[in-house]
Ligand binder design. Structure first.
Ligand code: C2O
Ligand code: CU
Length: 441
């Protein structure tokens, strides 16, 4: 039986602060409550989360609750909320209807604000979660710092264009705001590790020095069955929960394998983010069932497509309108009706990868280039490989308002690879609003 639902309340102060990423190396971070990442928000399914944000930065900000199926007014985008000005406050209040690993991040001037650290984890627990001996959250990020540990911005035209094209990928690798930390665990234990890729552009291919692990959850909570692997791609915005066992005396890295997302300057390579050391053995109480839950099938693979969306990168150096959706930048897409199943064919005609993110709703991948995915999952972010097509299905439930989808490489999003669309309640008259998007450069 469900416990009674509660209200979880947090006060958030957005500000600039000093943050030590490794002894002797301090950056001027931006974030929440002077922590990088921001505080872990935690609630049970069905609880109400209240976050009172006070903005003590010198510029406006707003928070997006990535993956939460909340009312449009709480989504933190500038289509639905006026960004919170310096010195002002705003109260976010919404129910968390799904268990899983979610996160929050700035949704204003993201190429600066997210880069400087304005993100954190939001975990929603449920009483049918598998029993483990311990749990950890890992937020993956990287920063592009100069030799004085300051954030760098490319200054000349070509380097600006390249950063915009590749996405900002730095060589200061961070896991939970720290450079190459040691993670101490105990032998004989089974833990659940929740990974969140909070970087601007990095494709993180989770690898534990070759050690086997099981994927048990993705963006929208538990899978149906654990999947045993040795590596797993986590694109910007995506989450993966794994379970793994430890042997006393073992040491292994948390690393990313090289992934070529077809960038101009960024070179794919294998890189270490943390080192895990396994101490003395302890008894375990963990139990990971073979069936974690069942996921209803939203649509069959051959379901009729209701909308086609095109992601493209067109060489238009002069006006820089090159990161496009349906041949435009910062576009308004057609509305969808509450209760009408959406089957979208999202194609990527460009020669580079883009992580497609849909705000506020989970989808299921029906096929990728004609093939069904390896397992069923609820997703809010999915990779679009170069010159490929992904078919997804999702159901607009009764949460009318303006929503969006975009590339989660933050520089591409800022460059225009995004669309607003309305979810409308068919029983009410409707008029599409003109674009309200404000640009930040
Ligand atoms: Cu995490 Cu608009 O996205
Ligand atoms: Cu992109």
């Amino acid at each position: 039986m469900k416990n009674q639902t509660k209200i979880s309340e947090y006060n958030f102060e957005a500000s600039e602060f000093n943050w030590e990423i490794t002894p002797g190396k301090t950056i001027k971070a931006w974030g929440f409550n002077k922590q990088l990442p921001g505080p872990v928000l935690r609630a049970n399914v069905g609880d109400t989360l209240v976050v009172r944000l006070t903005n003590n930065l010198k510029e406006a900000t707003a928070i997006h609750w990535h993956g939460i199926r909340l009312p449009a007014a709480m989504d933190g985008t500038d289509a639905m909320q006026k960004p919170v000005k310096p010195g002002e406050s705003f109260e976010y209040r919404f129910i968390v209807p799904d268990a899983g690993t979610f996160w929050y991040h700035s949704h204003t001037n993201e190429t600066i604000q997210m880069e400087k650290g304005m993100y954190g984890a939001l975990i929603v627990d449920d009483n049918n979660d598998p029993v483990v001996d311990g749990e950890r959250i890992f937020l993956i990020d990287d920063m592009k710092l100069n030799d004085k540990n300051e954030f760098t911005k490319p200054s000349w035209f070509l380097s600006k264009a390249i950063e915009r094209h590749d996405g900002r990928q730095g060589n200061t690798l961070l896991i939970n705001g720290k450079e190459n930390p040691v993670v101490n665990v105990n032998g004989g234990q089974t833990e659940r590790w929740r990974f969140i890729n909070s970087s601007s552009a990095r494709y993180f291919v989770l690898h534990l020095g070759g050690k086997e692990f099981k994927i048990i959850a993705s963006d929208g909570g538990l899978l149906e069955h654990p999947i045993t692997v040795r590596e797993a791609l986590i694109t910007p915005g995506e989450r993966i929960d794994i379970v793994l066992d430890f042997k006393e005396g073992e040491t292994f890295p948390i690393e990313s394998l090289a992934y070529s997302r077809m960038t101009m300057l960024v070179r794919p390579k294998q890189e270490t983010f943390a080192t895990v050391k396994v101490g003395v053995s302890k008894p375990t109480k963990a139990f990971i069932p073979e069936t974690l839950r069942s996921i209803e099938v939203l649509a069959q693979q051959d379901a009729a497509v209701t909308r086609k969306i095109k992601f493209s990168v067109d060489p238009r150096i002069r006006d820089q309108k090159d990161f496009r959706i349906n041949d435009g930048v910062h576009v308004n897409d057609k509305p969808v009706m509450v209760g009408e199943l959406q089957v979208w064919e999202v194609s990527n005609t460009s020669r580079m990868d883009h992580p497609f993110h849909l705000h506020g709703f989970f989808f299921q991948v029906l096929e990728e280039n004609g093939k069904p995915p390896a397992y069923r999952a609820w997703k809010d972010t999915v990779n679009l490989k170069p010159q490929s097509t992904v078919k997804i299905a999702w159901m607009p439930d009764n949460r009318p308002g303006t929503w969006m989808y975009h590339c989660h490489i933050i520089e591409h999003h800022a460059a225009g690879m995004m669309a607003h669309f309305d979810v409308i309640d068919g029983s009410k008259p409707y008029e599409q609003k003109p674009s309200t998007h404000t640009h930040h450069h």
